[in-house]
Design a protein around this ligand. Structure first.
Ligand code: CP
Length: 314
């Protein structure tokens, strides 16, 4: 793995390798072993141009658990505000001999731009670019599904909500497809679906009850108000009435169905608190799994880069 920019096109072998490595890190976490020396001497830069709670902190913790030095760039107080371009910022950080970037940006393709710019000299993880991709979220979502439900090639999965603006939905769909999930559904009003969404290999439902019928996994998504025109925003009450996940609605799913949500949740808009805090929710385990997945991704990227350096200079 050179960079991790998207799950689309990722070979199944690499996806499985990351999931298997994450499993071993999760066991380490459960045994409360705090650190491994895997990234000792490496420097990881967290560069988040959009808000984050889970992704930024779990990447920081993952890098620290692997013994890396971590630079958390506070974009709000950085020279980005004085007009410095993204690539000038990257060049200046590269001049400090950093090893890798974890980057979130509102523009689709921003992480790809940086990856092309740094080429082989550092690795880049896309921690979310606009509505395009959030690969580590897709990985932690399938990891959570595998742990709670077993192989995905027997499962029905529904992804409900603002699919149009959701990099999480796209990354989860690609990860499930690579692993052979036979029934991936998206459930949303027409206004919150991308054009030609069927080309992603999903079944489309506009009615929540129909979309949930017999599913094993439900992923709920919030309305991404920050990416919507104010006049196109559905009212929260109306949206909850049609697409909010309640206990009653969940009765349509398989009795053992699990509920995922990438966070942040908007309780009472896309999900009722009774479900969010209920026995079928695996929303907090997703966060725990995110730490293990990010440790696995950083290990894979650093390992690949070390192998390249040895090949070139050995
Ligand atoms: N799931 C996710 O990306 O959460 P954050 O925005 O808090 O990182």
């Amino acid at each position: 793995l050179g960079h991790l920019l998207s799950i689309e096109g990722l070979p199944e072998r690499i996806l499985l390798e990351i999931l298997n490595t994450a499993e071993s890190f999760l066991q380490i976490g459960e045994r409360a072993v705090k650190k491994t020396p895997t990234l000792r001497g490496k420097t990881v830069v967290n560069l988040f141009f959009e808000s984050s709670t889970r992704t930024r902190t779990t990447f920081e913790l993952a890098a620290k658990r692997l013994s890396a030095d971590v630079l958390n760039i506070n974009v709000a107080t950085s020279s980005h505000n004085k007009g410095e371009s993204l690539l000038d910022t990257i060049d200046n950080l590269m001049a400090m001999h950093v090893d890798g970037f974890v980057m979130r940006h509102s523009e689709a393709g921003a992480a790809h731009l940086v990856a092309r710019h740094v080429d082989q000299d550092a690795w880049v993880v896309n921690a979310g670019d606009g509505r395009h991709a959030h690969p580590t979220q897709g990985l932690l979502d399938v990891f959570t599904i595998l742990r709670h439900k077993g192989p995905v090639d027997q499962l029905k999965v529904a992804i409900v909500g603002d699919i149009l603006h959701s990099r999480v939905a796209r990354s989860q769909i690609h990860a499930l497809s690579i692993l052979g999930c036979p029934d991936i559904r998206v459930v949303a009003p027409k206004t919150l679906l991308p054009a030609a969404v069927e080309h992603l290999g999903v079944r489309v439902f506009h009615d929540l009850d129909e979309g949930l019928e017999g599913v094993d996994v439900v992923t709920m998504l919030r309305l991404q108000q920050e990416r919507m025109e104010a006049n196109l925003l559905p009212s929260s009450n109306e949206y909850f009435r049609q697409y909010g996940l309640t206990d009653k609605r969940l009765e349509r799913a398989d009795p053992d169905a699990i509920v995922l949500h990438p966070g942040p949740m908007n309780r009472g808009v896309e999900i009722d608190s009774v479900v969010a805090d209920g026995p079928r929710a695996v929303i907090l385990p997703q966060v725990t799994h995110g730490l293990a997945i990010r440790m696995a991704v950083l290990t894979s990227l650093a390992g690949a880069r070390d192998r390249d350096l040895h090949r070139d200079h050995g």
